[in-house]
Design a protein around this ligand. Structure first.
Ligand SMILES: Cc1cc2nc3c(=O)[nH]c(=O)nc-3n(C[C@H](O)[C@H](O)[C@H](O)COP(=O)(O)OP(=O)(O)OC[C@H]3O[C@@H](n4cnc5c(N)ncnc54)[C@H](O)[C@@H]3O)c2cc1C
Length: 393
C-alpha cells in the first residue's frame, strides 16, 4: 500500500506548478484569480486555447487521439495545481469533460475525427442542451422534437422546442441535444442524442441575467434548427442511454481541483476575517475551524472515491456533503463581511466573497438537486422503495 506520492509524481507536480506560475505571472497575469462569474470571456478562451496548444487539455486522452494517457494521480495533481495557481474557471469544460468522453464512448470513427481535435484545442466551444422548462429533475420528460427530412444535399434532422439553463451556450459553436425523435413516445423511450451547430437561423440563444449580474446560462429556442442526419450519437431512439453516459462524466477527477478552489476561498475569507477583526469572535473562529476540518475530511473522502468501483457510500453522499459545506461557507462569508457584503465595490475581494455566497446557492441544483440526491441515497444506498416511475408508452 502506497501512502505518499512517488518521486515521479512529485516531479510532475513541480513541473505543472512551475508552468502555471510562469504563465499566470506572465502573459496571463490579468486573468489570475478571476471569480467564476466574472466576464473577461475572450481572455479566458485565449487562456484555454493556450492550455490546449500546450497539451494540458488532453492529459488523460488515449495516445491514439493525441493524449498522454496520464494516470489518475497525475490527473488529480493537475486538477489540484490548476486550482492552487488560481487559474480562472473554465468555459470549455462542457466540451472537454462531457462531450469528448461521450463521443469517445458512443461516436463513430468519423465523428471522433471530426469533433475531438477541435475540442482538445478549444477551437470549438460546446453547450449541453438537456434541461427544458418541464424537464429538469424529470429529464425523461423532454419535449423538444426532431424529425428526419430528406433534402437534395443530404438528409437533415429538423428540431423544434425550448431548452433552458444551457451553460455558456452564448459562446458555443456546437451543442449536444436530447430530443424526441419518435412521435408519441413517452419518457426515456424514443429520445435521440443529436449534435447541433448553434450558429444558424433556427437557433435563438437568450442569456439569463443572474443575481451576480453575470449570465452564465441561457434559454435556447429551436425553431426549425437543422443538423446533418449523421450527427446522432448512438442509434436514433437510444438517446437516453447516451445521455446517462454523459451525466456520469459530470463528476470525477475535477472534484479534487474543486476542493483546492474551496481551500483558496476559505483562505481568502480567513484573511478578510483577520483584517476586519471578526476572527476574534469565538463563535466565528469556531466555524472556521469546523469548515477547515470538514474540508480535510472531504479531501480524503474524494481521494477514496477515485479508487471506488461501482456505487460506494461515499460516492452516493459526496455531492450533498460538499454542496452543503460550500453553502455554509458562503453564509459565513456574508457574516464576516457584515454590511460590506451588501454592495461591495465591483472587482473587489469583498465582491468575490459575496459571489461565493450567491454562486453557491446553485450548487444544490445542478448535476441533480439535493432532493434528487436524497432519493438516490434512499433507493440505491438504503434499499428503500422506489418512487413511482412514468408509465412506458
Ligand atoms: C449552475 C447551473 C448550470 C446548469 N447548466 C445546465 C446545462 O448546461 N445544461 C442543462 O441541460 N441543464 C443545466 N442546468 C439545469 C439543471 O440540470 C436543472 O436545474 C436541474 O436538473 C433541476 O431541474 P429544474 O431546475 O427543472 O428543477 P425541478 O426538477 O423543477 O425541481 C424543482 C424542485 O423540486 C424538487 N423535486 C423535483 N423532483 C423531485 C422528486 N422526484 N423528489 C423530490 N423533490 C423533487 C427539486 O429538488 C427542486 O427543489 C444547470 C443548472 C444550474 C443551477
Amino acid at each position: 500500500m502506497q501512502l505518499e506520492f512517488t518521486p515521479e509524481q512529485e516531479q510532475f507536480r513541480q513541473d505543472v506548478r512551475t508552468w502555471f506560475e510562469t504563465e499566470l505571472s506572465g502573459p496571463f497575469a490579468d486573468i489570475r484569480g478571476l471569480p467564476h462569474s466574472s466576464g473577461a470571456t475572450d481572455r479566458r478562451i485565449e487562456w484555454e486555447r493556450h492550455l490546449g496548444n500546450s497539451g494540458w487539455n488532453i492529459l488523460a486522452w488515449p495516445t491514439a487521439l493525441g493524449g498522454r494517457e496520464a494516470g489518475l494521480i497525475e490527473q488529480v495533481v493537475f486538477a489540484e495545481e490548476y486550482a492552487r495557481s488560481q487559474a480562472p474557471g473554465r468555459i470549455s469544460h462542457i466540451g472537454l469533460e462531457l462531450v469528448a468522453p461521450t463521443i469517445m464512448a458512443f461516436g463513430t470513427e468519423a465523428q471522433k475525427q471530426s469533433f475531438l481535435p477541435d475540442i482538445a484545442h478549444v477551437r470549438t466551444l460546446w453547450a449541453q442542451l438537456f434541461s427544458e422548462p418541464n424537464a429538469g429533475s424529470d429529464l425523461s420528460n423532454v419535449q423538444t422534437r426532431a424529425r428526419l427530412e430528406q433534402r437534395p444535399g443530404g438528409d437533415v434532422w429538423v428540431l423544434d422546442g425550448q431548452k433552458i439553463w444551457s451553460s455558456y451556450a452564448q459562446y458555443a459553436e456546437w451543442a449536444i441535444v436530447l430530443c424526441r425523435t419518435e412521435p408519441g413516445s413517452v419518457g426515456a423511450q424514443g429520445l435521440s442524442f443529436l449534435i447541433l451547430p448553434l450558429r444558424q437561423k433556427g437557433v435563438d440563444i437568450r442569456p439569463i441575467r443572474q443575481m451576480t449580474g453575470g449570465s452564465s446560462f441561457n434559454e435556447v429556442f429551436l425553431d426549425g434548427a437543422e443538423t446533418a442526419a449523421h450527427n446522432v450519437l448512438g442509434n436514433p431512439g437510444e438517446g437516453w442511454r447516451v445521455a446517462m453516459g454523459t451525466l456520469t462524466y459530470e463528476r470525477g477527477v475535477s472534484t479534487l481541483g474543486q476542493q483546492t478552489g474551496f481551500r483558496n476561498e476559505i483562505t481568502a475569507l480567513l484573511q478578510a476575517a483577520q483584517a476586519n477583526g471578526q476572527i476574534n469572535d469565538p463563535a466565528i473562529a469556531r466555524r472556521f475551524a469546523q469548515a477547515w476540518a470538514e474540508l480535510r475530511a472531504m479531501r480524503y473522502t474524494a481521494l477514496r472515491m477515485l479508487g471506488d468501483t461501482g456505487l460506494s457510500r461515499a460516492g452516493l453522499t459526496y455531492k450533498i456533503y460538499y454542496t452543503s459545506w460550500h453553502q455554509r461557507l458562503g453564509e459565513l462569508a456574508m457574516e464576516v463581511l457584515g454590511i460590506a457584503g451588501d454592495a461591495p465595490e465591483p472587482g473587489s475581494k469583498d465582491q468575490a466573497l459575496q459571489h461565493l455566497y450567491l454562486d453557491s446557492r446553485s450548487d444544490s441544483i445542478w448535476a441533480g438537486t439535493s432532493q434528487i440526491q436524497r432519493n438516490i441515497i434512499a433507493e440505491r444506498g438504503l434499499g428503500m422503495p422506489r418512487e413511482p416511475r412514468r408509465a412506458k408508452a
